[in-house]
Design a protein around this ligand. Structure first.
Ligand code: PAF
Length: 305
C-alpha cells in the first residue's frame, strides 16, 4: 500500500482516535490556525463542539486524514495498550521524516516502537495533566488547566521547534525536558495511587482523601518509589505521597480514567500502571504486594464484568 504523494504541511497534525485528550488537542490546534485531521477506525468527519476553560463554546469540523497523503506530524494520544498497534498500522502512511508524539498514562516498552521507525523519523513523548472529558461523543470540555512535559526520544533532526510550537498550541503550556522518565515516574506514582482505588471503589478522586484509604495510598506510593530508586530515578516517599494528595485535592471532582474505563466495561490501563511496577519489581527481586493486589483485583473485576 504505497501512499502517497505530497506530505502534509508542518501546520497539519493527524491525531489518532477520538479520546478526550486527542479531541482537545485537535480543537486547540485548529483554534491556533493549524489543521487537525483524525485517524479513526471509521473515517468520519466529526462536527466537534469544544468548550474551553473559560466556558466559551465553539463549533469546529475535524476531517478524516486523507489516506493518499503522507503524514508528517502525528499525535498518538491513545491508551497505553493501543500505542504499538496504532503506530504499526500508521507506519505505511508516514513520511520518511515524520515526527510522532505519543502520550499515555503508565509505562510501556519504547524499544519495539523505536525499532519500527526509519532513521529520520522522530519520536517524542508528551506527558500531560491537562484535564478534558467528553459529555457526548462529539463534545469535548477542557475542564482543568494542567501542564505538559515534552521530550524527544530520538536523535533525528526534525525541525524540533515546529513540533514544540504545535504541542504548545495543542496541550500547552509545554516544558521541554531532556529526559521524560523522571516526569513519567512522578505521573506513574499518581496513577498507581489514584486510578485502581477509584475504579474499585467506583468513586471520584476526592473521596480518596478519606483516612480509610491512607495506608493503601501510602503503601502503593512507597512501592513505586522503591522500584524507581532501584532503577536510578530518585523518588522520596513522603514528598511523593504529598504530591498524590495534592492531585487528589486538585482533581477531587474528577472520575479517574480507570474508573471511567471500568464503568464503561472497557479494557483498563492497569497493566501499564500497577502491572509495570510488578514486572519491574520482579526483575529487580523487590516485593510490591500492594501493587500486585491492585493489579489482581482490577484484572479480576474487568474479566468478570
Ligand atoms: O488517569 C487519570 O484519571 C489522571 O491521570 C489523574 C491524574 C489520576 C486524574 O484523574
Amino acid at each position: 500500500m504505497a501512499p502517497i504523494s505530497s506530505p502534509q504541511s508542518a501546520l497539519s497534525w493527524c491525531i489518532v482516535g477520538r479520546g478526550a485528550i486527542g479531541l482537545l488537542a485537535g480543537a486547540r490546534l485548529q483554534q491556533a490556525g493549524y489543521t487537525a485531521t483524525l485517524w479513526l477506525k471509521q473515517p468520519d468527519a466529526i462536527p466537534l463542539q469544544f468548550t474551553d476553560l473559560t466556558q466559551q463554546y465553539q463549533q469546529q469540523i475535524l476531517l478524516p486524514q486523507p489516506k493518499d497523503q503522507a503524514i508528517a506530524r502525528l499525535l498518538v494520544p491513545v491508551k497505553a495498550y493501543d500505542v504499538l498497534n496504532a503506530v504499526a498500522q500508521l507506519l505505511p502512511y508516514l513520511s520518511p521524516n515524520a515526527q510522532l508524539v505519543i502520550s499515555h498514562n503508565g509505562m510501556i516498552p519504547i524499544a519495539p516502537l523505536l525499532a519500527r521507525l526509519r532513521p529520520a523519523q522522530g519520536l517524542w513523548f508528551l506527558s500531560t495533566s491537562q484535564a478534558a472529558y467528553k459529555p457526548a461523543a462529539d463534545h469535548v470540555v477542557h475542564s482543568g488547566e494542567g501542564l505538559s512535559y515534552l521530550a524527544k526520544l530520538t536523535a533525528s533532526d526534525g525541525n524540533d521547534s515546529q513540533v514544540i510550537a504545535a504541542m504548545n498550541a495543542a496541550l500547552g503550556p509545554v516544558t521541554v525536558v531532556p529526559d521524560i522518565y523522571p516526569m513519567l515516574w512522578q505521573k506513574l506514582a499518581i496513577n498507581v495511587a489514584i486510578n485502581p482505588l477509584t475504579a474499585l471503589e467506583n468513586c471520584q478522586n476526592g473521596q480518596l482523601a478519606h483516612p480509610r484509604y491512607q495506608s493503601q495510598i501510602s503503601a502503593l506510593t512507597t512501592e513505586v518509589c522503591l522500584v524507581a530508586n532501584a532503577l536510578g530515578y530518585p523518588m522520596e516517599p513522603t514528598a511523593t505521597v504529598q504530591r498524590v494528595y495534592q492531585v487528589i485535592t486538585a482533581t477531587s471532582g474528577n472520575f479517574s480514567s480507570m474508573q471511567q474505563d471500568m464503568q464503561a466495561g472497557r479494557q483498563t490501563e492497569i497493566a501499564a500502571i500497577c502491572g509495570y511496577i510488578c514486572q519491574q519489581a520482579a526483575q529487580l527481586q523487590l516485593s510490591v504486594p500492594v501493587n500486585q493486589q491492585m493489579l489482581d483485583r482490577v484484572l479480576a473485576k474487568t474479566a468478570t464484568s
